[in-house]
Design a protein around this ligand. Structure first.
Ligand code: NCD
Length: 331
């Protein structure tokens, strides 16, 4: 039987020796997309490509054997938590998942975030944290000595989602520069929109923002875009942009962030992506969604080859494999 010499194939031994000192991510917290520039993105995406090859050829390897990841989720999650766990396990590492059951932990007894994190870091080498408060990951990082990866801090940021979104755009369309990207939905509270928009600022793109009046992109972010000279336009109808865009990035209205549910009711059915609407879109474009969707993309759009959201999910695991390996000094 042909044995694949994986370390030789990917030149792993040499990379491991070098990585700790050169990758720029070793032992670093990943809190915001502000930490990334085109060079570091290109590094992560190259490593992601290698992870894709490895996963396709042999499924799993032992790159992170001996390392443990704690996944701590104070908010619901399916994809982010499962993909981090899958990523760690495919690389031979171990996981402590504290996800759906946080209400059964000492948090329910009133333990603070910092105490919980200072405890969990004694059991692991890296922590992935999702928490409803903006800035929570940064607070944890201030006190903890193991790297903290922000998996969503309230309506703030979701940097690893933005990495996988950008990776997906590049993989699907072959480039990022020159593209016209429309963000649709809850632009005010949607943290994936905030992070992806910031990342796209490093590229030569045009941006279209489609939302109800009450859920427009935060003003500071909009002003940053304008000051950078990026071509931006706002609209309240998908019909106004769909024919001209390369990427339609759809998001759900973030019900849990509304203090007044009556306001949510007013906007919840703001738009729907249907096959009729897709008939107006270009042949070479993609529809993305960080998921979960709650009605904003009709199920029969899934058959359209331009619907990229489940391919996006797969990329999420691969990007997180690359990031975990980089943070632990093994890629
Ligand atoms: C997103 C999130 O949690 O911000 N989901 C995800 O991580 N894929 C988007 C959302 O919840 O709407």
């Amino acid at each position: 039987m042909n044995q694949i010499d994986l370390p030789k194939l990917f030149n792993l031994e040499e990379k491991r020796r070098e990585a700790k000192f050169t990758n720029g991510f070793y032992q670093k917290d990943i809190l915001s997309v502000d930490q990334f520039d085109r060079e570091s993105l290109s590094y992560i995406f190259t490593r992601t490509g290698e992870m894709a090859e490895m996963a396709e050829m042999i499924g799993a390897c032992d790159l992170l054997a001996g390392y443990t990841l704690a996944c701590v989720f104070y908010e619901p999650s399916t994809r982010t938590s499962a993909s981090f766990i899958a990523a760690m396990e495919r690389l031979g590492g171990r996981t402590i998942p504290i996800t759906q059951g946080i209400q059964y932990s000492s948090v329910s007894k009133g333990e603070s975030l910092v105490d919980t994190m200072l405890t969990l870091e004694k059991y692991c080498d890296v922590i992935v944290l999702r928490h409803p408060e903006i800035g929570s990951a940064a607070t944890a990082a201030k006190y903890c000595s193991v790297p903290i990866i922000n998996a969503g801090d309230g309506a703030g940021e979701h940097p690893t989602q933005a990495l996988l979104d950008l990776f997906t755009i590049r993989k699907e369309l072959g480039r990022i520069d020159g593209l016209r990207v429309a963000m649709v939905g809850d632009l005010r509270y949607g943290r994936t929109v905030h992070s992806l928009t910031k990342l796209l600022m490093s590229y030569d793109v045009s941006l279209r923002f489609v939302s109800p009046e009450t859920l427009r992109l935060p003003l500071t972010l909009m002003n940053n875009l304008i000051n950078q000279g990026i071509d931006v336009r706002e609209s309240d109808k998908v019909e106004n942009v769909i024919a001209d865009v390369d990427v339609l990035y759809v998001t759900r209205i973030q019900k849990e962030r509304f203090t007044d549910l009556a306001q949510y009711e007013e906007v919840k059915d703001f738009f729907e992506i249907t096959t009729d609407l897709m008939a107006q879109a270009r042949e070479e474009m993609i529809v993305m969604h960080p998921l979960p969707r709650v009605g904003e993309i009709h199920y029969n759009v899934d058959k359209d080859p331009r619907a990229a959201y489940f391919r996006q999910v797969h990329n999420g695991m691969l990007v997180r494999m690359a990031l975990l390996a980089a943070v632990l000094g093994q890629a």
